[in-house]
Design a protein around this ligand. Structure first.
Ligand SMILES: CC(=O)N[C@H](C=O)[C@@H](O)[C@H](O)[C@H](O)COP(=O)(O)O
Length: 541
């Protein structure tokens, strides 16, 4: 039996079954399908009923996983009794699989009893068909030899899952140390390979190989999808400290079906990840309802991002526990769409490049001013991420030696002088403002727009400090422009002009090369658009 198990390691098992009442539901037909699969290289088969097993055994000695499907009471149960298991073993199955989910079964015997009797009375391995990690752990404790993800998506708890859950495989493998069979919803060779790389012992593929009706329907779905006239769509997601924005974005930058979900950042990594998943699920569902074919999912997140691997390299306590999180790996367990991850400020720069003030520019720096300063750097029409994702971190250049404390732990960073908090500090109010920092800053912004001298003076202070930083940027990089954005400076009548003059006066040979400072035009959804742009960019490369 151990050699059977060893022979399956990293191999493909083909499930040769037909849906009830399908024209393929015929033992001789499935026998031929099985023979063909073995000729093609399948190292094992999964078959339903003693009858099919006996027929296929006449042709091949490859291991057979035997099941007895039962649909009594309208509910599918795999191998509901010990007698079923014994009949499968007698017909030639090497492995008997049975339903080990913890849902209530309206008929048959308790699965633990069946497992115990198979182990005591039959000379076969036992495979647990499960739906969740919890089921997998229980099955391992009950002594099952293999654990298969077969029923993920088919129980009430997991209903709605129509793609393979790569994360589940890894989680069961590490929690149980048992061989895990990746089974159910594996639609392509790439997914089969990915399941093995995610920790599966072997892969079972059924419908994608042996059900012509399902394969045909899949082709038709793609053919019948609305004509897109060359316009692609992607999901764009922007993870911020308070909200996660998500939308469907087309390749011209148009944003639709946008939603916003509270990040609940104080809950830490698991809670933020759950909010992210919810945003992805809702947007995928919307795309599906409207039959919108998606090219991929782009995620913009605060923190320094290892874009190549889709991992958060470093993050501040605005997103507690976020540092080190494998965003791509996490989402890959829930969708087969390709996933791209960018830093949020770098995504905003991408958005300006493709859909905003950066169109037609080949080199620029885009800054977003808010609770801090985010920056993105574009050179020769390409976003520069740097070796660790930190390129464009304009906010942490020191402009005052021993100056104001910065939240990075140093003193005198530009960000300590140009931010929401800095604006509030600079505002010498006749009477103190009410509310939280965001409310206070909004009030100052409105007062300044209305011409209030104290508010205008606060903005002048901000411009004076930002000019120090921008002069450095122009001196070091000599870009075509700097593009600035952020609610704080939107609609401020004289801010940009003042900033431009102050920067020029500090700049080396400033009169010969007046710095070009532009307002961003991508707008409120810049992060979401930029995240989607990273998907389209990857496809055009
Ligand atoms: C839920 C259920 O009844 N699963 C059955 C189990 O044997 C089969 O119908 C599936 O075809 C098999 O699991 C392989 O999955 P997929 O066909 O998605 O590759």
């Amino acid at each position: 039996m151990l050699t059977t198990l060893a022979s399956l390691h990293r191999q493909l098992v083909v499930s040769c079954q037909a849906a009830p009442n399908d024209p393929m539901e015929d033992t001789d037909t499935l026998r031929r399908v099985a023979r063909s699969a073995v000729l093609g290289g399948a190292k094992a088969l999964r078959l339903n009923s003693p009858q099919d097993i006996r027929a296929v055994r006449l042709d091949t000695q490859v291991p057979i996983i035997g099941i007895q499907k039962s649909y009594r009471g309208g509910m599918l149960r795999i191998t509901p009794t010990f007698a079923d298991a014994a009949a499968l073993a007698a017909a030639g199955a090497d492995i008997v699989a049975l339903d080990c989910t913890d849902r209530t079964h309206s008929y048959g015997e308790p699965w633990r009893e069946i497992v115990a009797r198979i182990k005591a009375e039959l000379n076969v391995l036992v495979m647990a068909d499960i739906a969740t990690l919890r089921d997998g752990i229980a099955a391992a404790q009950a002594g099952c030899d293999l654990i298969g993800t077969t029923l993920n998506g088919y129980t009430e708890e997991t209903a709605g899952t129509t793609s393979f859950d790569f994360e589940l495989v890894g989680a069961i493998a590490s929690a149980t140390q048992r061989p895990v069979v990746a089974e159910g919803h594996i639609g392509t060779p790439t997914e089969a390979r990915r399941a093995l790389d995610a920790g599966a012992w072997c892969v079972v593929v059924g419908s994608a190989i042996t059900r012509p009706g399902t394969i045909t329907a899949n082709f038709l779905r793609a053919i019948d999808a609305p004509v897109s006239h060359g316009i692609a769509h992607a999901i764009g997601i922007d993870i911020g400290g308070t909200a996660i924005k998500a939308a469907i974005v087309n390749s011209t930058g148009e944003v639709s079906s946008h939603i916003s979900i509270p990040t609940q950042a104080s809950g830490g990594r698991a809670v933020i990840a759950a909010s992210l998943l919810e945003a992805v699920r809702q947007t995928l569902a919307t795309a599906s309802v409207h039959s919108i074919g998606l090219t991929g999912i782009g995620i913009a997140s605060a923190g320094a991002i290892d874009a190549e691997n889709g991992i958060v390299f470093a993050a501040t306590e605005n997103l507690p526990g976020w540092a080190g999180f494998d965003i791509r790996g996490f989402l890959a367990g829930h969708t087969s769409l390709p996933i791209f991850v960018e830093n949020d400020a770098q995504a905003a720069a991408l958005s300006e490049l493709h859909y905003g003030a950066g169109r037609g520019l080949s080199s620029f720096v885009a800054l977003t001013i808010g609770t801090g300063i985010g920056g993105g750097l574009v050179v020769d029409g390409k976003l520069q991420r740097g070796q660790h994702g930190f390129a464009g971190t304009i906010g942490h250049q020191v402009i005052r030696f021993d100056g104001e404390p910065c939240n990075c732990g140093r003193n005198g960073c530009l960000e300590a002088y140009v931010s929401t908090a800095a604006l509030i500090r600079a505002y010498q109010a006749p009477k103190p403002l009410e509310g939280d920092d965001a409310t206070k800053a909004r009030n100052i912004a409105n007062l300044s727009i209305a011409g209030d001298p104290a508010a205008r003076a606060a903005y002048t202070t901000l411009a004076t400090h930002l000019a120090e930083g921008l002069a450095n940027v122009f001196n070091i990089l000599d870009p075509e422009a700097v593009i600035v954005s952020g609610g704080l400076i939107e609609g401020q009548p004289t801010f940009l002009e003042e900033l431009q003059q102050k920067t020029q006066s500090l700049l080396h040979f400033g009169t010969k090369r007046p710095p070009r400072i532009l307002h961003a035009t991508a707008g409120h959804y810049a992060g979401v658009q930029g995240a989607a742009a990273s998907v389209f960019n990857a496809h055009s490369e």
